[in-house]
Design a protein around this ligand. Structure first.
Ligand SMILES: *[C@@H]1O[C@H](CO)[C@@H](O)[C@H](O)[C@H]1NC(C)=O
Ligand SMILES: *[C@@H]1O[C@H](CO)[C@@H](O)[C@H](O)[C@H]1NC(C)=O
Ligand SMILES: *[C@@H]1O[C@H](CO)[C@@H](O)[C@H](O)[C@H]1NC(C)=O
Ligand SMILES: *[C@@H]1O[C@H](CO)[C@@H](O)[C@H](O)[C@H]1NC(C)=O
Ligand SMILES: *[C@@H]1O[C@H](CO)[C@@H](O)[C@H](O)[C@H]1NC(C)=O
Ligand SMILES: *[C@@H]1O[C@H](CO)[C@@H](O)[C@H](O)[C@H]1NC(C)=O
Ligand SMILES: *[C@@H]1O[C@H](CO)[C@@H](O)[C@H](O)[C@H]1NC(C)=O
Length: 409
C-alpha cells in the first residue's frame, strides 16, 4: 500500500482520536470491549452460571468493576457520562430494603420520593404491614457530593402516614402531584392508583382501585403518555407469588386510565410478569419490561423473558407492533426511563443498563447489586435505588422533559 499524504492525514487523525479517547476516559469510567469476551476459555453449564449470575469480563474483578462504575460498551456513552461522572452513596441500611422502587423527583419541592420493598419476608412488609414511602431533599444530597459519602447525613422523611399508599411499587409525576401504583394487601385491600400531593403535606387519595368491580392483581408501575396525557400502568401477579395477595382474577396486562373521564381499558397482554413502563420522549414508543425469569415462589425459569419490549403507540393511544427491544443479561430489567435523546435506561441485576434507541447496550452504571428503579432528577443528576443503598449520579444525562408533560399534565 502506498501512503499518500491524505492517507497519512487520515491515519494521524484516527490515531489522535484513539489516543484522545484513551486519555479522556474519566477517572470513574472504564471501557469494556465486547470482543474481550466473545470467546471464553471455559463456558460453564447453567447449574453453575445462568441468568442470576453476575458476569465479569475476563481480567476484571468485582472490585475493579465497582471502582470505576461507569462502564463504556460503546463510545457514544462518553457523551452521556461527560468528563467527570461521579457516583455518591447517599444513604444505606443494614438489611431493610427501604430503597426499592417508585423513585420520583418532584421539581417544585426538589424532593425525591421512593418506596420500600413490599416483598421480602425479612422486612415484615406485604401482608401484615405496608411498605412505606419516604423522601429526601436534593439540596441536601448536593451538599454531600463534595464530601464523597453522604450516608448518615442526608435526612430521610417518611411520607404521609395519614393515608398510606398500601404496598407502593411504582410512581410518576402527574399534574404537579405524584401518582403511585400500589399492590394492595391480602384479600380486602385492593391494588390501586394513589395520588400524593407534595404541596399539601403529601395528602394522599385513591384515584382507581378496580376494573369494572374486579380487583387488579398487583399494580406495578405507571407512566404518562406524553401525547394523550393518560396514565398507563402495568399489572401482574407479584403480590400473589410473594404471598401477600390472593390468586389473580385478571391476566397480566397493561392498562390505560383517563383520569378526567374515568375510562379504563386494557392495551397489551401476553406477558409473564409485566413490570416497568415508560414512553419515548416523543411518545411514539412505549417500553415495557417483562421480568418473567424471576417469579417469587415459582422460582427462576431462565427460559422466561428478561426482556424489554417496545410497542408503537398510535395517535389514539393504542399499542401495536410489539418488538423485542433488548434481552437483559443479568437477572431482570425492572424500572425503565428515557433521557431527552430517547436513550433507554433500565435497572437490572448489577446496576443500570443504558441502551441507545436501536437497542444497543452502550454503557452501564455498575453497582454490583440489583437496582430495581431510579429517577432522573434534573439536568445531569439521577437518584438510584439499590435496596439497601441509595446512590446519587452526577454526569451529563438529562431525563425526558417531565416539566412539559407529566409534571404539568
Ligand atoms: C444458577 O446459578 C447459581 C449460581 O450462580 C446457582 O446458585 C443456581 O443454583 C443456578 N440455578 C440452577 C437452576 O441451576
Ligand atoms: C403475618 O402475621 C401472621 C400472624 O402474626 C404470621 O403468622 C405471618 O408469618 C406473618 N406473615 C408475614 C409475611 O410476615
Ligand atoms: C438534616 O437535618 C438536620 C436537622 O434539621 C440538619 O441539621 C442537617 O443539616 C440536615 N442534613 C443535611 C445534609 O442538610
Ligand atoms: C459512609 O459513611 C457512613 C457513616 O459515616 C459509614 O458508616 C459508611 O461505612 C461509609 N460508607 C462508605 C462506602 O464509605
Ligand atoms: C386531601 O385531598 C382531598 C382531595 O383533593 C381532599 O378532599 C381532602 O380534603 C384533602 N385532605 C386534607 C387533609 O387536606
Ligand atoms: C419454564 O418456562 C417454560 C415456558 O413457559 C416452561 O415450558 C417450563 O416448564 C418452565 N420450567 C420450569 C422449571 O418451570
Ligand atoms: C392501533 O393503531 C394502529 C396504528 O394507527 C392501527 O393500525 C390499529 O388498527 C389500531 N388498533 C386498534 C385496535 O385500534
Amino acid at each position: 500500500m502506498i501512503f499518500s499524504q491524505t492517507n497519512f492525514t487520515i491515519l494521524a487523525t484516527l490515531l489522535h482520536a484513539a489516543l484522545l479517547a484513551q486519555a479522556d476516559t474519566p477517572r470513574y469510567a472504564q471501557k469494556i470491549d465486547p470482543r474481550s469476551f466473545a470467546v471464553l476459555d471455559n463456558v460453564p453449564t447453567g447449574i453453575i452460571f445462568n441468568g442470576t449470575s453476575h458476569f465479569m469480563p475476563p481480567g476484571t474483578t468485582s472490585e475493579s468493576l465497582k471502582a470505576k462504575p461507569f462502564h463504556i460498551y460503546d463510545d457514544s456513552f462518553y457523551d452521556i457520562i461527560g468528563s467527570d461522572p461521579t457516583l455518591t452513596l447517599l444513604a444505606q441500611t443494614d438489611t431493610d430494603p427501604i430503597f426499592h422502587e417508585a423513585v420520583v423527583w418532584h421539581p417544585e419541592t426538589n424532593s425525591v420520593y421512593f418506596a420500600q420493598n413490599a416483598g421480602p419476608v425479612a422486612a415484615g412488609t406485604g401482608l401484615n404491614k405496608s411498605a412505606i414511602v419516604q423522601k429526601i431533599y436534593l439540596d441536601e444530597a448536593d451538599k454531600i457530593v463534595a464530601q464523597g459519602n453522604g450516608s448518615g447525613f442526608v435526612n430521610i422523611t417518611t411520607v404521609n402516614s395519614g393515608q398510606q399508599v398500601i404496598n407502593p411499587n411504582g410512581g410518576t409525576n402527574f399534574r404537579g402531584k405524584i401518582v403511585y401504583t400500589a399492590e394492595g394487601q391480602g384479600d380486602n385491600i385492593p391494588a390501586a392508583l394513589y395520588l400524593i400531593d407534595p404541596n399539601d403535606n403529601d395528602n394522599t387519595t385513591v384515584i382507581l382501585n378496580n376494573f369494572f368491580g374486579r380487583q387488579y392483581d398487583s399494580l406495578n408501575d405507571v407512566a404518562v403518555n406524553p401525547r394523550n396525557h393518560e396514565l398507563y400502568f402495568t399489572d401482574g401477579p407479584f403480590g400473589w407469588v410473594q404471598a401477600f395477595r390472593p390468586d389473580p382474577v385478571l391476566p397480566t396486562q397493561v392498562y390505560r386510565f383517563n383520569y378526567d373521564t374515568g375510562v379504563v381499558r386494557a392495551v397489551a397482554d401476553g406477558f409473564h410478569m409485566t413490570n416497568g413502563i415508560t414512553f419515548s420522549p416523543d411518545g411514539m414508543y412505549a417500553y415495557i419490561t417483562d421480568t418473567g425469569l424471576s417469579s417469587g415462589f415459582w422460582g427462576y425459569n431462565y427460559t422466561n423473558p428478561s426482556t424489554i419490549y417496545r410497542y408503537d403507540v398510535s395517535d389514539d393511544g393504542n399499542f401495536s407492533n410489539r418488538q423485542l427491544f433488548a434481552y437483559n443479561e443479568i437477572r431482570v430489567p425492572d424500572g425503565i426511563h428515557c433521557d431527552k435523546q430517547g436513550n433507554v435506561y433500565v435497572g437490572n441485576g448489577d446496576g443500570i443498563n443504558v441502551y441507545n434507541p436501536s437497542g444497543l447496550l452502550i454503557g452501564k452504571i455498575y453497582l454490583g447489586t440489583t437496582s430495581a428503579n431510579f429517577a432522573f432528577t434534573g439536568k445531569g443528576k439521577m437518584v438510584v435505588c439499590a435496596e439497601t443503598k441509595l446512590w446519587y449520579v452526577n454526569w451529563n444525562a438529562e431525563g425526558a422533559d417531565i416539566t412539559s408533560r407529566e409534571y404539568m399534565g
